[in-house]
Design a binder for this molecule. Structure first.
Ligand code: ADP
Ligand code: MG
Ligand code: MG
Length: 887
């Protein structure tokens, strides 16, 4: 097998189609080189090598050594430099970067080593050839520092401290004030540190350096932070990373050199304007790490921000023009917004990376719609480009512009959206408090990959340092967390857990609000408002609606939820749970009276009290959903869920029912169940107490007739019988509903169309679907219970072991979040087929939590269900996911 693929100098062994093999970075470096862009030459060691490396017990095969030698020879041939060459005769010593790159970008997850190839001898060569001694020694100290951190895994704090001390001794504040002799002295100090900490001198053999770095990149694939990132992003552990070895270019060679990162469009808003930052006389990592505050790329951005430091457009107009042309070229070539890294070495532009840029949901929509309108992509591609899950960011509230705000300070608007929560100063606390159900805002001077779990747990992220492309900003945008970065006036003391700004303090636990759209940071909580869903969102949704086959309904039981769902485009209600209506304080006493009644007569007295209330509920829902189908599930939960717990409650029910408290308590004890989930619930309630379902059916039909008479638009009730296992159960319950309907229609002298059907949520029901379909007019897959009963896993108790199950790969994802397609899915498929065999065209839907999960929706499309039903806020997500499933 070939493991090494070259690029640069007119050669490209790979291209953009090779992401699996070469990782995203390697594939795109090869692609850029092949379309003639200036890319420093290098080679990629494939992801297959990573897999083999782990299979072989973390060792390299001999063949790899030969291939790498050829790769180095390729770089030497193109650059004219020699790896490990100390003489200053030719073009000087070859330095390389060793970079990781997986199939999908994992920002900051994998470690990069720059300036590799420097040692005590080659540093002299570099100084002579470049004619810049300061640059040579600066590069060497950077190399030792990075290598010690990434490869030798020594404590990097000690190196930073040594640098601080060196600057203090000289009275310097900036790194740029350090001269050649200062760096040289620091190199000596660093080498001493390495030897003390590592027990061996810093490796001087450049080949040892290279293999150490290659091993470290492969090793970083199994680092804790990489694993966390993969888990949060559903990235399989067996993909592996590639390693890129590439000739160094230097942005730190003086004032005609620079380094920067850019997006071809604004990744936050989606605006079609170049967006980015750069630093003069600096090396790659400096921009991202937030060590110096970077300058804007374009003049317009600088002016908009009111910044003084010249933009790249102003400071380096020629190179900037060249770069802008590359942006356009890359965007047209990839037909997507690109995230780019570049370096300018002594006035010459070099491209170091390009990839499809991460973006907020807002930007994703805008870019997709604009690119489709411009003809760069098709509407179908536009639909496919937007991640349905990410829409979630847009569907949630933003700060009320009318609300008063106690503004503490302002930073950069790094990731949009607003969030309030308790201030915390470290990732672990953020995670712990969030697990306890607290909303937290994570405050850090700057974030690093070690903070990922805390950023994920937090509602929002606030940093004192770093730009729009800092780690915090990039990761927050990817996660959809609001983020304010670089709030420079803020000083954060993580040890003391205090943030100070303008004479004020924020302590751990105090509430703060951040607005990632404006950059404002406020004390206390600020009122929020619902977002506006017009514009690009509306356009893309229209396109999605035009291609999708699946209808989208909502799980909703209050008029407010129904209204929200309808505004979000729901085409009916797929699940209206009637039990939620019974918990209302005004009704619970009558409900309890009904449950605790000794006989049918007693139950009917209580049910008579509930009827008008229940009818009112349905009237409100039918009004909002006029003209649309509404699936109403008759009473489902075990009755004991409604029972009184406290003495006073028993007394209240006793008074209402006219019995004594002791009798009631005895009756309550009788209702106790060992396993209520499999107990007296669902249609079993209707079978034993038909009068309950009768009352509910009456409320439904009376309400439907009322609304039809008043509005002229009849709702279409679909009466759903829960937890059916046999045809006979459904027949009995359908008879109750039909009889009640006929009675109500006769009394009123009017009728409405309606259906009676069942949930398929027990394996037996799925298996016997053919005969059950003879009795029922529709099926709705209740995949929450169907998952519980098929897997034999209680949803309420699963948390304790399910994470381990997912970690060990027993289930790919939490089966309650994303449908277990192989198991539960097979039952769904089989029930759909068997149901259709006896009732062709039987209406089929899904109303479990899975109805709002894109992967599960894709499955529903393959089975040919008629609709999915999701919670109101997930309706737009489901509409888009359904469209993607249909493409
Ligand atoms: P990440 O994936 O974390 O961005 P990269 O491998 O892209 O890591 O590298 C980190 C930084 O080093 C980037 O700013 C990149 O542009 C810079 N860099 C990487 N290789 C080179 C090189 N050969 N010459 C100059 N700068 C480089
Ligand atoms: Mg990079
Ligand atoms: Mg159920």
């Amino acid at each position: 097998t070939q493991y090494v693929y070259r690029f640069g100098g007119g050669v490209s062994d790979g291209g953009k189609g090779d992401k699996f093999l070469l990782g995203g970075k390697g594939a795109n470096l090869a692609e850029m080189a092949s379309i003639g862009l200036p890319v420093p030459p290098g080679f990629t060691i494939s992801t297959e090598m990573c897999t083999r490396y782990y299979e072989d017990g973390e060792q390299f095969p001999d063949s790899l050594r030969e291939e790498v030698a050829k790769g180095i020879a390729h770089i030497e041939a193109v650059t004219g430099k020699k790896f490990g060459d100390a003489s200053a005769d030719g073009a000087g010593p070859l330095l390389v970067s060793v970079r990781s790159g997986a199939r999908v970008s994992m920002p900051g997850m994998m470690d990069t080593v720059l300036n590799l190839g420097l040692n005590d001898a080659t540093v002299e060569g570099l100084a002579k050839v470049s004619g810049d001694e300061r640059f040579a020694w600066d590069s060497y100290r950077r190399f030792i520092q990075m290598y010690s951190d990434v490869v030798l895994e020594l404590d990097h704090g000690a190196f930073e401290e040594a640098l601080e001390i060196a600057k203090e001794d000289k009275g310097f504040t900036l790194d740029t004030e350090m001269g050649a002799a200062d760096w040289k002295a620091l190199v000596a100090e660093y080498k001493r540190l390495v030897e003390a900490e590592w027990g061996k001198p810093f490796p001087q053999d450049v080949h040892d350096q290279l293999w150490g770095a290659v091993g470290a990149v492969f090793g970083s694939w199994q680092s804790e932070r990489a694993k966390v990132y993969r888990r949060l992003n559903d990235i399989p552990g067996d993909w592996g990373t590639a390693v890129n070895v590439q000739a160094m270019v230097f942005g730190n060679m003086g004032d005609t050199s620079a380094t920067g990162v850019a997006f071809t469009r604004d990744p936050s808003t989606g605006d079609n304007a170049y967006y980015g930052e750069f630093l003069i006389n600096a090396q790659g990592e400096d921009v991202v790490a937030g060590i110096r505050t970077p300058q804007y790329l374009t003049r317009a951005a600088r002016e908009a921000a009111g910044a003084k430091a010249a933009s790249m457009e102003e400071a380096m107009p020629t190179v900037y023009a060249e770069l802008a042309a590359v942006f356009d070229r890359l965007e047209n070539h990839y037909r997507d917004m690109q995230d780019i890294e570049f370096t300018v070495e002594a006035g010459k532009l070099w491209m170091l990376q390009t990839r499809s840029g991460k973006r907020t949901a807002k930007a994703a929509l805008k870019i997709a719609v604009e690119m489709a309108d411009a003809g760069l992509i098709t509407r179908e591609e536009a639909i496919a480009r937007v991640d349905p899950q990410a829409l979630d960011q847009l569907l949630h509230p933003t700060l009320d512009p009318e609300a008063t705000r106690d503004v503490l300070t302002k930073g950069l608007p790094a990731s949009p959206g607003a969030a309030s929560g308790a201030a915390v100063f470290d990732a672990d606390t953020a995670e712990r408090w969030a697990a306890d159900g607290k909303a937290v805002i994570l405050l850090r001077t700057e974030t690093s990959p070690e903070d990922i779990h805390g950023m994920h747990a937090a509602k929002g992220i606030l940093t004192a340092r770093g730009g729009m492309t800092s780690h915090a900003a990039v990761v927050a945008r990817g996660m959809g967390r609001p983020c304010v970065s670089g709030a420079g006036a803020l000083s954060i003391d993580a040890k003391a857990k205090i943030a100070r700004v303008g004479g004020r303090e924020v302590r751990e636990g105090e509430i703060v609000t951040i607005d990632g759209t404006t950059g404002e940071v406020m004390a206390g909580e600020v009122a929020t408002i619902q977002p506006e869903l017009a514009g690009d969102f509306g356009t893309l949704m229209e396109w999605a609606d035009a291609v999708r086959r699946l209808r989208v309904r909502a799980n909703a039981e209050t008029p407010l939820d129904c209204r929200t769902a309808r505004d979000f485009g729901a085409e009916g209600v797929g699940l209206c749970r009637t039990e939620h209506m019974f918990f209302d304080a005004a009704r619970i006493t009558a409900v309890r009276q009904m449950i605790l009644a000794a006989d049918e007569a007693g139950r009917r007295v209580a049910l008579d009290k509930l009827l008008p209330e229940q009818r009112k509920d349905f009237i409100e829902i039918f009004e909002v959903m006029a003209g649309l189908p509404v699936t109403i599930r008759l009473l489902d939960p075990p009755l004991h869920e409604f029972l009184p717990h406290e003495e006073a409650e028993f007394a209240e029910v006793a008074a209402a029912a006219g019995v004594d408290v002791e009798t009631l308590k005895r009756r309550a004890a009788e209702l106790h169940e060992f396993n209520p989930m499999l107990g007296h619930r669902g249609c079993r309630l209707g079978v034993t107490y038909p009068e309950i379902y009768e009352m509910q059916a009456r409320a439904i039909f009376e309400a439907a007739l009322d609304v039809a008479a008043r509005s002229g638009q009849a709702p279409i009730p679909e009466v759903m019988i829960p937890l059916v296992a046999t045809k006979r159960e459904l027949e009995l319950m359908k008879a109750v509903v039909d009889r009640t309907a006929q009675a109500v229609f006769a009394e009123r002298g009017a009728k409405v169309d309606y259906l009676v059907g069942t949930m398929i949520e027990l394996p037996r029901a799925a298996l016997r679907a053919a005969e059950i379909a003879e009795a029922g007019e529709f099926f709705s897959f209740g995949t929450n219970d169907l998952t519980q009963t098929t897997l034999g896993v209680s949803r309420d108790d699963a948390a304790r072991f399910l994470t381990t199950y997912v970690e060990k790969g027993i289930y790919a994802k939490d089966p309650f979040v994303s449908l277990d397609v192989e198991g539960v899915g097979e039952l769904v498929q089989l029930a759909a087929e068997r149901g259709r065999s006896t009732r062709p065209g039987i209406k089929l839907g899904i109303c479990g939590e899975h109805g709002g999960d894109p992967a599960s929706i894709a499955f529903c499309e393959t089975v040919g269900l008629d609709y999915v039903s999701a919670s109101p806020y997930r309706v737009p997500i489901a509409r888009l996911a359904a469209a993607q499933a249909a493409l």
